[in-house]
Design a protein around this ligand. Sequence first.
Ligand SMILES: Cc1cc2nc3c(=O)[nH]c(=O)nc-3n(C[C@H](O)[C@H](O)[C@H](O)COP(=O)(O)O)c2cc1C
Length: 236
Amino acid sequence: MKQWRCTICGYIHTGETPPDVCPVCGADSSFFEEVTAGAEEGSASAAGLGKAERNSEAGTMRAEGVTPGVRPAGSGAGESLVKGGPKQALHKITYGLFIVSSRRGEEINAQCANTVFQITSEPATVAIGINKSNYTHDFIEASGVVGISILDRQGHNLARRFGYRSGRDGDKFAGIPYRTGMTGVPLPEGCLGFLEGKVRDKLDCGTHTLYLLDVVNGGLYSDEEPMTYGYFRASK
Ligand SMILES: Cc1cc2nc3c(=O)[nH]c(=O)nc-3n(C[C@H](O)[C@H](O)[C@H](O)COP(=O)(O)O)c2cc1C
């Protein structure tokens, strides 16, 4: 049986083909590479690290491919200056880490997400990228309201609770203290701040939906340092 590694988070999948979506980080199948016997020994891969982690933790970009025909300026036959391709460049984009929540009638759910970013400050709008197969996606579709809780650097347990399993398989809020925001979304305690938004627009991005949210509420609970995706991966 073949094995496939998620190059984003290092998750290993066993099967003839890679999964459509990484159950750990939500990356789509294009981010999986086949694990080949022998090639991994002694490498960072053997320690269960994803390609993105291997590349970024050492602070070096390893060449995994060379863009043909690109030469150093002023050099006739020198080494290529361009290493890797779009995927390697994408892995260098930095993110924060958030709990994205929503509701469907009286039901509530939330997931971990790194794809949350400000679009404009006046008026305040943010965008989020949510995998269509996530339970949270169903809730956002149903209610059009979203909570974004900003994790601080002690937020590992919340990221694990909401990021590694689906609300379809059980109540992820069981035992988790939260308050209910003005839009009715659950906002877990222990975060440094929150935003609440209403869906203004959305874009079908294949596996994911990109939602544009009008921010209708928000605030800070503490002045802790925010969690970043890179810090979470390095310290999880
Ligand atoms: C660190 C981390 C970052 C993640 N970022 C995203 C993301 O930006 N978008 C997304 O759709 N899923 C993301 N996920 C995956 C979801 O959190 C995960 O699939 C979750 O189990 C979905 O839960 P649900 O089915 O209850 O909605 C991330 C997971 C982790 C651990």
